[in-house]
Design a protein around this ligand. Sequence first.
Ligand code: PLP
Length: 431
Amino acid sequence: MALFASRFGGSTVRGLAARCFSCTSGTFSSASEPARQQFEEILGKNLEDIEAAGTWKTERVITSRQANSVHVSGVSKPVLNFCANNYLGLSSHQDVIGAAQRALDTHGAGLSSVRFICGTQDIHMDLERKIAEFHSREAAILYASCFDANAGLFEVMLTPEDAVLSDELNHASIIDGIRLCKAQKQRYNHMDMEDLENKLAAVKSSSRMRLIVTDGVFSMDGDVAPLVKIMELAKKYEALVFIDECHATGFLGKTGRGTEEYLGIRSEVDIINSTLGKALGGAAGGYTCGPASLCTLLRQKSRPYLFSNSLPPPVVASASKVFDLLMHDSSLSERVSSNTELFRRRMTEAGFKIMGDNHPICPVWLGDARLASEFSDEMLKRGIYVIGFSFPVVPKGKARIRVQLSAVHSTEDVNRCVDAFIEIGKEKNVI
Ligand code: PLP
């Protein structure tokens, strides 16, 4: 406990948890004090284990809008923000905010209903049409989040007669979604096409349908799935392909259509899931996009769709405005890609190793966990907000600082960030 006491300035982990999660003004008392005490013991032990494992996550509190520069509670000056998924800078775009404000007046704050009872408005239908058009697919269906879209898809699509082949580093929501389905499950090594082929060959004769499942872009490493090869294998083994485009939609590829466009392949992926909570306005929401018959079936059977409230009208309207902006204008995706090019080029020239493909997720390789944590603290002192990632978020010995570029960064912002990296990198003998 001494370890925790020093870390939290004299507080214990239990005390800290209580401060974080409890209401101090209430007069709560449990019906059963022994049960309550036992519960507290169990919670306390869980929290101590997290702290002891070095995986405690703290949350910095932002007191301004999401933007290139944000105010962080406890930090006197605004800091340049390089760790949001605000790839196109649309979270605080005036037209997007205006659309949300107008929808509050015309369509209200919320629906108090799931979609199939009385929670579908004209603007939900419009947004689904726009999403399908943007991706050149037959149809789309909205969810409260992409986590829900991933959780609700596989159980509906796949039976024990089918097989699902999933990249080992796919997002947690895909892993959870696949757990819920009863198909044969195969996990292939990260982006290892030989392994995928072996596994496809192994299930070919024992499965009715095969579904290959991959993130389009993997968010920890900024690497892009080898979709060209995946499509080849899908053809050879008669498989369907699903991609999660959360870190691609709106900005990857010349017109922001995502991984397919970035890799120069036609729209051949069968099913796309993506989020409205990152590049596309950043509020909330997710969707599945693909065959109309699939979307229709999901409306009938997908549990997170059927049993969770409709997306609030202001959120729908802001996302809808984003699609209007992006449908015919790719200047923002050009801007984020030129910022990415500048950051990656200058950092590489300075001697840093930047992981991943040419994506605005730019993990700066450091290796050592303590170094990554101290480095990001030093960056904050210089007014740059970046986050160090270490085990267990990434494998042991592969700590890095993940920098995310946005269209809202100016050239000067990017240069300031690189200059700070170079200064600290030299001080710490990293370069
Ligand atoms: N899939 C991927 C690859 C993600 O990075 C995320 C968000 O972190 C999600 C799904 C979940 O998206 P949402 O925030 O809309 O639930």
